[in-house]
Design a protein around this ligand. Structure first.
Ligand code: SF4
Ligand code: SF4
Length: 331
């Protein structure tokens, strides 16, 4: 939620933005326009990467105001397109036999499209998946923040209906919705959301005796939704430490991460490839032998660039599976 009172007009948010070249004077002008609710030029330039919410150390959350105004001024998509997309994701059927367990995993909409990433002992717990469990964050990439807000309660309610005390979120976006965005909307989340990285750390520690250190240098690609919940980042580092993986130091990591640039395609704002190449070159230059991704969408978005730049993509969960001997490490 944008909190204008916290903004001291420092201008850091758009000066740091990796998708526009802006000086401080321009940035301050734009933030003033956003506070006034105006149709600022920044609305059209924003790639919806969420990063400025993290860049703002005062907790004002400037992207949240961008999202609201992008919708007000129909900056990104016409209303009809948003309505059509909303219909596509609405679930109106009946949920048959939801699992009953104290802990379940929600695999979002990846149960079918990315089933190969959700295999093996690590994922041997009751799961829910598909449209009823879609977290709706995608709509803030479309300049339709109200659609995300409208469906947040039903997302929480459907998960709560399982009766689980803990929900492991396979997708970073779902965790962000449950741990940050829904509570910001004033929605009570009656179970503990667990990030995939926290869950993997727990599994690895429980199977310590089975771990063979991988001894590989990798680059980590931090996805856009991680901007909402940076406090869980230490679990990512713990996974790498436990599995003997070295996260190389490079320019586009941690707060300075470049997202997969997939929203360029979604928003019709040009070719994401040059940005992806910049990201992969940075990883190659730092000596990485693979690019590790937390988000399946990043993996899809990167597939061509990764092949061309000869840097294999590895899903974060597969790092754990490799260390446990479930998957072969071919690096
Ligand atoms: S939103 Fe945050 S980073 Fe941006 S100008 Fe205000 S205080 Fe500075
Ligand atoms: S959300 Fe990303 S692209 Fe948009 S203004 Fe903020 S940092 Fe820039």
């Amino acid at each position: 939620m944008f909190i204008a009172e916290k903004c001291d007009l420092c201008g850091d948010c758009f000066v740091k933005c990796q998708w526009m070249d802006v000086d401080r004077t321009q940035s301050v002008l734009w933030i003033k326009e956003l506070i006034a609710g105006k149709n600022s030029e920044v609305l059209g330039k924003c790639l919806t990467c969420y990063a400025c919410n993290e860049y703002c150390t005062r907790g004002a959350n400037p992207f949240d105001q961008i999202a609201i105004l992008q919708e007000k001024y129909h900056t990104l998509f016409p209303e009809e397109t948003v309505a059509m997309m909303e219909q596509k994701y609405i679930f109106s059927g009946e949920i048959k036999n939801p699992p009953a367990a104290d802990r379940i995993m929600s695999v979002c909409v990846f149960g079918k499209s990315d089933a190969h990433l959700i295999q093996g002992e690590l994922y041997n717990l009751p799961q829910v998946s598909g449209k009823p469990y879609f977290c709706w964050i995608m709509f803030s990439h479309m300049g339709a923040a109200s659609v995300q807000k409208k469906h947040a309660q039903e997302f929480v309610d459907r998960l709560a209906e399982t009766g689980a005390k803990e929900i492991v979120c396979f997708h970073d976006d779902c965790y962000s919705m449950l741990a940050k965005i829904a509570p910001d909307y004033g929605i009570h989340v009656p179970f503990r959301p667990i990030h995939l990285a926290e869950y993997l750390v727990e599994c690895l520690k429980a199977n310590k005796g089975k771990i063979t250190p991988l001894n590989i240098d990798i680059a980590y690609n931090r996805p856009c939704a991680s901007r909402f919940t940076p406090e869980k980042e230490h679990f990512i580092d713990e996974i790498f430490k436990i599995t003997g993986v070295n996260r190389v130091k490079r320019v586009y990591d941690r707060e300075n991460a470049l997202c997969c640039a997939g929203s360029k395609l979604l928003l019709g704002k040009g070719d994401p490839k040059p940005d992806q190449e910049k990201n992969f070159k940075d990883a190659n230059d730092a000596g990485a032998k693979a690019m590790v991704c937390l988000c399946p969408i990043c993996m899809h978005s990167f597939s061509v660039t990764a092949a061309e730049m000869k840097l294999p993509l590895i899903f974060l969960g597969d790092i754990a599976r490799m260390a446990l001997g479930e998957l072969e490490c071919s690096l």
